[in-house]
Design a protein around this ligand. Structure first.
Ligand SMILES: O=P(O)(O)OC[C@H]1O[C@H](O)[C@H](O)[C@@H](O)[C@@H]1O
Length: 565
C-alpha cells in the first residue's frame, strides 16, 4: 500500500445536495478492489436492509431463548414511503408536532405547576439508549454549558445512574415544586431508571407534594409498567415508542422528540437528515453508498483482527458526546458470541474517541507510533458559525482544519488507516445524517458477519443478576431484623457462614455449591455495605436502631461481627 499516493489522489464520495463528503483514501489499499470485489457481502447487507425495512422479523437467532423475535423499525420511522403500516417519516413528524404542541405551553408558562408558578427545570431520567441519544443531541446543539449559555426557557438536567451522591447533588439544587421528571425507558422496568423515579416520587411526597403526576412525564412502550404507573398517577403526559424500536436506535422516536422539544431543537430537521442519509445508504452501487464503503473498508481492515479498534475523532466541541453515543450503538450491536445460526462466533467492534484535538494530546501517541491495532475516523464540519484571529494560523477555524489535515497526514506517514467524513455544518439536519450513517454501518457490518445486531443478551444477564441481588438484599435485611429482634445477640463470621445460617430460614431447602458461592459473594457485598453505610440516613434506617456491625479481614476473608444494640 502506498498511503501517500492514495491520500493525494483522493478517494471521495460526495453528495452535492447535502454537501456531505466521505474521503476514504487513507483507509483502503485498493479502491477498485474495495468497490468491486465484495459483491457477496454487499448482497447480504442490502438484503438485510430490505428485510428490516419490509418489517420482517430480523431480531432473531437460532438461540431462541435469547432472541427477541421482533421486527426492527428505526429506518421505517423516517422513511418517506409507508412500507410498514403506521410507520413513516410523515407519521413521525406528526407525532413530533403533537409533542412540541404539548410541551410548548409548559415552556411558555401557560401550563403552570400546581403551585401556580412556571415550571423551571426538567430532569431526563433514563439510561443506555434512553439517555445517550438525547444527551448527545443537546450537547451537539448547545455544548456542555447548555444551561448557562443557551437561554432556554427551562433548565435541563440528566440522571442515569443509581448514584445517590450525584442524585442528591442534583435534587438539592432544584425547586421540586417547579420541576418535571421525564422518565425514559423502553421496557419500563430498567432498575436504574425505576429506582430514580421511585426516589424522586418519595422526595416529592416528603416535601408535601402530593400531585406527583404534575411533575412527571413518561416515554415508554404502551402498557409497560412505567406506562401503567403514568396513567395511574395522572402524569402530565405519557409518550409511546414502539416495541420494534431498539433502545440504541430510539433517538428517532419520542425518546429524542421530547428532550428536543424541551431543548427547543428542531427535531423535524433531525428526522429529515436521518431520512436523507437512509436514502443515500440504500443505494445498491457501492461507490454511491457511503455506509457501504465505510463498512467494507472496516471489514477489510478488521479481517484477521488487525486494525480492530475504531477511534472516532470529532473536530467540534459540540460533538463531545458523539463517541459515547456510538459506543453503545456499535458495541451493543456487534459484540456477540454467536451468529444468527447459533454458531459460536465472538464478534465485536471496539470504539472509543473524543474531541480532536483534545484526544490528540491523550492517546494519539500510541495510535501513531505504538501498536497498530486501530483505525481512525475523522468527523468535521466544513462551515463554521464564527471565527477568531489567531496569529499562528490566521484564524482559529483554519487552525482547527490544520489539525485535521496535519493529523491525517501524520497517520499516513505512520501507516495508520483513517477516513474522514465532512458534514456541511453543525445543525440538527446534519446530526441526523451523522447518526443515520452510523446506524447503517452497524446494520451492514452485522449482515457481513451474520449476527443479530438488535438484541443484547449480555446486558440482559447483568440486569437479571442485579435483580437477583436486589431480591437477596431484601431477604438479608429482613432476616437480620428478624434475627436480632428475637433473642439473638450476636453473629460473628464470614458471609458464607451467614448465608448458610440464614438460608436455612428460607423455604428453599437445598442450595447447590455454585449458588452458595455466588450468593455468598452478594451477601459479602451487602454486609460490607451495611458496615460502611448503616449511619447514612435512609440507607438502613430500621437496622440502625437494632445493631452495630464491624468488619475485619482475617485470612483473606472479611469477618463480620454483628451485635444487638
Ligand atoms: O430503555 P430501557 O428499557 O430502560 O433500557 C435502557 C438500556 O438498557 C440496557 O442497557 C440495554 O442494553 C440498552 O439497550 C437499553 O438502551
Amino acid at each position: 500500500m502506498d498511503p501517500l499516493k492514495n491520500y493525494s489522489e483522493g478517494y471521495f464520495f460526495h453528495c452535492n445536495e447535502t454537501d456531505f463528503t466521505l474521503d476514504y483514501s487513507g483507509m483502503v489499499e485498493n479502491k477498485e478492489k474495495l468497490l468491486t470485489s465484495h459483491s457477496d457481502l454487499v448482497n447480504l447487507a442490502l438484503d438485510t436492509v430490505q428485510k428490516i425495512e419490509k418489517g420482517e422479523i430480523v431480531n432473531k437467532t437460532e438461540v431462541t431463548q435469547e432472541s427477541e423475535n421482533r421486527a426492527v423499525d428505526h429506518y421505517n420511522l423516517r422513511m418517506k414511503k409507508e412500507l410498514v403500516e403506521g410507520k413513516s417519516l410523515s407519521i413521525s413528524l406528526k407525532y413530533n408536532a403533537k409533542i412540541v404542541e404539548e410541551i410548548t405551553p409548559i415552556l411558555k408558562g401557560e401550563l403552570k405547576a400546581p403551585n401556580g408558578q412556571k415550571y423551571t427545570d426538567v430532569i431526563f431520567n433514563g439510561i443506555g439508549g434512553s439517555s445517550l441519544g438525547p444527551y448527545m443531541l443537546v450537547i451537539s446543539q448547545y455544548g456542555i454549558d447548555y444551561n448557562t449559555l443557551s437561554g432556554l426557557p427551562m433548565k435541563l438536567h440528566f440522571t442515569s445512574n443509581t448514584d445517590p451522591d450525584s442524585f442528591s447533588h442534583l435534587i438539592k439544587k432544584l425547586d421540586l415544586n417547579t420541576t418535571i421528571l421525564v422518565s425514559i425507558s423502553k421496557s419500563g422496568t430498567t432498575s436504574e431508571t425505576k429506582g430514580n423515579l421511585e426516589a424522586f416520587t418519595q422526595i416529592l411526597k416528603d416535601q408535601g407534594i402530593e400531585k406527583i403526576g404534575a411533575h412527571m412525564i413518561a416515554i415508554t412502550t404502551a402498557n409497560s409498567l412505567l406506562d401503567k404507573f403514568a396513567k395511574k398517577n395522572q402524569f402530565l403526559a405519557s409518550y409511546v415508542m414502539n416495541v420494534e424500536t431498539g433502545g440504541r436506535t430510539s433517538i428517532c422516536s419520542a425518546v429524542g422528540m421530547v428532550p428536543a422539544a424541551f431543548a427547543q431543537i428542531n427535531f423535524e430537521e433531525f428526522l429529515k437528515g436521518q431520512s436523507t442519509m437512509d436514502e443515500m445508504t440504500r443505494r445498491p452501487e457501492v461507490s454511491e453508498n457511503p455506509a457501504m464503503i465505510i463498512s467494507l473498508a472496516i471489514e477489510e481492515l478488521t479481517h484477521n483482527e488487525k486494525h480492530k479498534n475504531m477511534i472516532m475523532l470529532c473536530y467540534s466541541d459540540f460533538l463531545k458526546e458523539f463517541p459515547n453515543y456510538l459506543q453503545q450503538l456499535y458495541m451493543e450491536s456487534i459484540g456477540k458470541n454467536y451468529d444468527i445460526f447459533g454458531k459460536t462466533k465472538h464478534e465485536g467492534q471496539t470504539i472509543f474517541g473524543g474531541v480532536g484535538t483534545m484526544v490528540q494530546h491523550a492517546f494519539m501517541q500510541q495510535v501513531q507510533k505504538g501498536i497498530k491495532d486501530c483505525f481512525v475516523r475523522f468527523l468535521n464540519f466544513r462551515k463554521r458559525k464564527s471565527d477568531f484571529l489567531v496569529e499562528s494560523s490566521g484564524s482559529m477555524g483554519r487552525q482547527l482544519l490544520g489539525f485535521v489535515k496535519g493529523t491525517e497526514s501524520a497517520l499516513t506517514k505512520n501507516n495508520v488507516p483513517f477516513f474522514t467524513t465532512t458534514f456541511k455544518m453543525n445543525n440538527p439536519f446534519n446530526v441526523g445524517m451523522m447518526v443515520a450513517l452510523e446506524e447503517r454501518i452497524v446494520t451492514f457490518i452485522g449482515a457481513f458477519r451474520q449476527i443479530n445486531c438488535y438484541d443484547q443478551p449480555g446486558v440482559q444477564a447483568g440486569k437479571l443478576a442485579c435483580k437477583h441481588f436486589n431480591a437477596l438484599s431484601k431477604i438479608v435485611l429482613n432476616n437480620l431484623i428478624e434475627y436480632f429482634s428475637n433473642e439473638n445477640n450476636s453473629f460473628t463470621g464470614e458471609a458464607k457462614k451467614y448465608f448458610l445460617q440464614f438460608a436455612k430460614t428460607q423455604d428453599k431447602k437445598e442450595f447447590s455449591e455454585k449458588e452458595i458461592l455466588g450468593d455468598s459473594i452478594f451477601v459479602d457485598a451487602l454486609l460490607s455495605d451495611i458496615d460502611a453505610n448503616i449511619e447514612i440516613d435512609k440507607s438502613y434506617n430500621e437496622l440502625k436502631k437494632l445493631i452495630t456491625i464491624e468488619r475485619v479481614m482475617k485470612e483473606n476473608k472479611f469477618i463480620y461481627t454483628i451485635t444487638k444494640k
